[in-house]
Write a protein that binds this ligand. Structure first.
Ligand code: ZN
Length: 438
């Protein structure tokens, strides 16, 4: 019942609250220009007064107002004259950082990572890379000594870009899988990168963005859930050591267990509803909702009974198994079992300690990996992801980095830097006059 535990965690994180604030990129705009939000005023709010206005000849009243996707808007602070300068099309690489990278940098655990963090920041400012924000950056990071620097780093690299919640991505995969299953097509999933991100990533960034961050989850509750579920996982290690299943059989077992987890969540949902517990409609487990949505699908049968039976068949189909999130997480657990069978994690206490956060990581990686060009994860996760069983890079093309192949990460960043087209380099000072290019 490994997967059931995972979902208990993901449901609790979905209730995390957040604060939203508007702020500017400090590396793009010098803060000595005070900008007032005179919405009703007819004049443009000029972020960079650069030169005299060609229309009213006001002295240094004309300059950049903002960047909108694919152009820079210039305006005058005195008259209504505006101009637009088009910007070249760009394509940004998408990098996923897990908490281990942040802890290496911002707890000061490895100096080499500081340099890497600086390069990441610089490539983001050059519009060549983006590190979309995800709530894995939360929870424990509040207590880190260099928390302010951490927040600055996140703001400078995420630039308001965020991954959509895991359940939206999973729902999208459920919908596609069901559609392919109903129309008897092969379970092949094209990866549409937009599925995982809140908004268009390949746009030039504006001067203002909605701040992400300021999340406040129930840290204690999340931590307690983590420890509880990891203990459960470590308890199953004894069975794993004595089991005789092949890797493929283990993957099937993991998928069947996931299917059971979804169905059980649904049955519990129905029982609570039948008992008059209407809170379940608002705060029920997200896993029940995927099944509930399946069962509302007319194409699955005339009666509810028929539809439940069809849903069960679907959850045991190759289409369900091919959903990227299901496929990746089942393989990660199967690869972990292989490690355990070879003698890893023999000490239970140490195992619990080393695997803390494991469910979170599996949950996020299995959902988001296919949508990213690269991921930086911790060493033990890296080991799992590059096994033949998971083969994340081979199957999904996602490059993997950790402390164990730092040189490869540096080479990848150089590759990105070298691939920035010259027209993009030339457009950077036009779009961001204060940006210092290194
Ligand atoms: Zn003017």
């Amino acid at each position: 019942m490994v997967r059931g535990d995972v979902q208990a965690i993901s449901t609790s994180t979905s209730a995390i609250g957040r604060s939203i604030a508007l702020s500017r990129y400090e590396d793009m705009i010098s803060l000595d220009f005070s900008i007032s939000f005179r919405r009703s005023a007819r004049m443009a709010i000029v972020s960079f007064p650069l030169r005299d206005c060609p229309n009213c000849h006001g002295a240094t009243t004309f300059g950049n107002v903002d960047v909108y996707g694919s152009s820079v808007l210039l305006g005058c602070g005195r008259c209504r004259h505006t101009e637009r300068i088009p910007l070249p099309q760009i394509r940004k690489s998408k990098l996923y950082l897990d908490q281990s990278f942040l802890s290496l940098v911002f707890k000061g655990e490895d100096d080499r990572f500081l340099t890497v963090a600086e390069r990441i920041k610089s490539l983001c400012a050059k519009q060549a890379l983006v590190v979309p924000y995800s709530n894995i950056h939360e929870d424990e990071t509040h207590q880190w000594r260099r928390h302010r620097e951490l927040l600055d780093f996140i703001k400078a690299t995420a630039r308001g870009h965020e991954v959509v919640p895991t359940y939206n991505v999973i729902q999208d995969q459920f919908d596609r899988a069901l559609d392919l299953w109903l129309t008897q097509q092969d379970p092949i999933f094209p990866i549409d990168k937009w599925v995982a991100f809140e908004r268009e990533i390949d746009d030039w960034e504006g001067y203002y963005r909605i701040d992400v961050g300021g999340y406040y989850g129930d840290v204690e509750k999340i931590r307690a859930a983590k420890i509880e579920s990891i203990s459960g996982l470590v308890e199953t290690f004894d069975n794993w050591r004595n089991g005789s299943e092949t890797v493929d059989e283990q993957i099937d077992l993991e998928l069947a267990s996931a299917a059971r987890g979804y169905l059980n969540a649904y049955y519990t949902f129905v029982e609570r509803l039948a008992a008059g517990d209407y809170d379940v409609l608002l705060s029920g487990p997200i896993n029940a909702q995927y099944v509930e949505r399946l069962i509302r699908h007319r194409a699955l049968g005339e009666t509810v009974d028929e539809r439940v039976q069809s849903a069960i068949r679907f959850l045991h189909s190759s289409h369900f198994a091919a959903m990227p999130a299901q496929s990746i997480s089942a393989r990660i657990y199967a690869a972990l079992r292989e490690q355990v069978r070879r003698g890893a994690y023999a000490n239970k206490e140490k195992a619990i300690d080393r695997l803390s956060g494991f469910f979170f990581d599996v949950n996020h990686i299995s959902v988001y990996a296919p949508y990213f060009d690269a991921m930086i994860v911790d060493r033990s996760m890296h080991e799992l992801l590059r096994t033949d069983t998971v083969d994340l890079t081979g199957r999904w093309g996602t490059r993997l980095f950790s402390a164990s192949n730092l040189e490869e990460l540096e080479a990848w960043l150089t590759e990105i830097e070298d691939a920035i087209p010259s027209e993009q380099i030339e457009a950077l000072p036009v779009a961001y006059p204060r940006l210092k290019l290194k």
